[in-house]
Design a protein around this ligand. Sequence first.
Ligand SMILES: [Zn+2]
Length: 133
Amino acid sequence: MATAKYTPRPLGLDREFFQLAVTTGKLHLQHCNACGHHQHPPRRFCAQCGSGDLGFVPTANRGEVYSWTVSHFTVDSGWVDDLPYATVVVQLPEGPRLVGAYTGDASTLAIGQPVSIRPEARTEDYCFFWIDG
Ligand SMILES: [Zn+2]
């Protein structure tokens, strides 16, 4: 029997990252104002140049399939009714990759397939990122 899906309670920069997606409907990435590097997950300093001058910028909620795995079993009973489901790694045009749950038929997935990213608010400061093919 399915229960509610587990919903994390993010803190610090992770909370800011999720709140931006919840309030705007747009995936945001951390952007370095010193060198232009985009990074994910958020950090206190730029992984490219070490600057602490970072901010969040919106994305177009689009990318390409980099990789995926199909789950036929879950330890979180909230996902039982979704089995089997695919967890997809999306290559974003800005450089970083994002992990999300695929909403389509996993047997149709292909490397390089264009996908869109759809944040679904679960709380005021957390969302799932659904990957639509
Ligand atoms: Zn930088």
